[in-house]
Design a protein around this ligand. Structure first.
Ligand SMILES: *Cc1c(COP(=O)(O)O)cnc(C)c1O
Length: 400
């Protein structure tokens, strides 16, 4: 069907005239670095998730670094998290000089198993970094309670979860309120809301927010915006070691447009995810991702699990041959060479479910512009790929 290249991409950002207009406005203003657009985007994002404070940063990875630092993670400390995540989750812990302690994921889905966290706690544990993997909220209620019981702060890696919701005290609330101490979002193009690169930190702790704002801008006591606007000469000072982790006004202007579109985008994705679930129920052995009664996913990625008998790479290749682009499921940091070094991490318990998830899951195409016909074609192709590769005879047939 497609020697000429991919026809159904795995994801596709929704960008258009509104974003172009927003950038034009900023370019014409003459102020393109962190300034009024960033401030407006922060206010709008905080209102969207219901947070007291939102601080924009250059990406979610730098945001995670600052979030861990602000809750007190430092050299020699331990942070409990999952290996089964994008590598940035664990890397951010190492940027603090701390050691990631990996626990396994739940039997169903791709999120941290809260039942394994308590056993991983030691006197060195300074934080729990939980991930809302692929946009599906993790069991925050249990993790936040655990953190509270042990006096350990909880940071949410909400990179994928812009617009996802969780049932909290009987009310649906957006991820990022935040329900733990700080939540970190990503605006990379693989996520739903994109600014090219970008991130946002939300918290209700004013002192945290003040520190984050200081550190993201070189630890500079007086910002360039304030100096620029001042009728009197001001000299800035640098009370603490800081970083350049800023978002630009060009990015923030795009983010504001994207944020306004997000609820519509998510309802479309939720409609498509329902169609996937119905279609996939026809395919023997394939497990569709499922929401718990207390979660509403933004379906940033739609990740299915294959039965033991099927080979991930060959199913993906069969789909690619038909013009359907897929990705393997989430990686595991501890299996990468960057984590081969002694002392780079610690494993608590075993990570067999994390490994199985990496080897047996496939992310199917899902994007707001996707048509029902495209979705049906993906389901039909997957069905054929699954039945073709289960017996050698039919594999020959399908190849002819
Ligand atoms: C994408 C992602 C990140 C990194 O986000 P960037 O904005 O690219 O730095 C971190 N954690 C998870 C779970 C992600 O999916």
């Amino acid at each position: 069907m497609s020697a000429t290249g991919t026809q159904i991409p795995v994801a596709r950002p929704l960008l258009g005239e509104w974003e172009i207009e927003a950038v034009r406005r900023v370019v014409q203003s003459g102020w393109i670095t962190q300034g009024p657009e960033v401030a407006a985007f922060e206010a709008e994002f905080a209102a969207f998730v219901g947070a007291g404070h939102a601080c924009a940063v250059s990406n979610c990875t730098t945001g995670l670094h600052l979030a861990l630092k602000v809750v007190g993670v430092g050299p020699g400390d331990e942070v409990i998290t999952v290996s089964h995540s994008f590598i940035a989750t664990a890397n951010a812990i190492r940027y603090c000089g701390a050691v990631p302690v990996f626990v396994d994921i739940e039997p169903e889905g791709f999120n941290i198993d809260p039942g394994l966290v308590a056993a991983a706690i030691t006197p060195k544990t300074k934080a729990i970094l939980c991930v809302h993997q692929l946009g599906m909220p993790c069991d925050l209620a249990r993790i936040v309670a655990l953190g509270r019981d042990h006096g350990i702060p909880v940071v949410e890696d909400a990179a994928c979860a812009s617009g996802s919701e969780i049932l909290w005290d009987g009310r649906w609330e957006r991820i990022g309120k935040p329900h733990a101490d700080i939540a970190c979002f990503s605006f990379h193009p693989r996520k739903l809301l994109t600014t090219g690169d970008g991130g946002m930190l939300t918290t209700n702790v004013a002192e945290f927010d003040a520190k984050l704002r200081l550190w993201r801008q070189h630890g500079m006591g007086v910002s360039d915006v304030v100096r620029h606007g001042s009728p009197r000469v001001i000299f800035e000072s640098y009370p603490e070691l800081g970083y350049n982790y800023r978002m630009t006004d060009l990015q923030a202007a795009i983010g504001r447009v994207q944020l306004a579109r997000l609820p519509g985008l998510i309802s479309e994705r939720r409609r498509l995810a329902d169609l996937y679930r119905d279609g996939l129920s026809q395919i023997d052995g394939v497990t569709a991702p499922a929401e718990k009664p207390w979660t509403r996913s933004n379906w940033q990625s739609y990740c299915i699990t294959l039965p033991e008998r099927l080979d991930q790479a060959s199913i993906m290749q069969t789909l690619l041959d038909r013009g359907i682009s897929t990705r393997r499921g989430v990686m595991n940091a501890h299996r990468e060479a960057a984590y081969g070094e002694q002392g780079s991490h610690r494993v608590s318990g075993d990570l067999s479910r994390s490994i199985a998830a990496q080897e047996k899951s496939i992310i199917l195409p899902l994007f707001a512009q996707m048509t029902e016909a495209q979705l049906a074609f993906v389901v039909e192709s997957l069905q054929q790929a699954c039945s073709a590769s289960s017996t050698p005879a039919s594999r020959l047939l399908s190849a002819s």
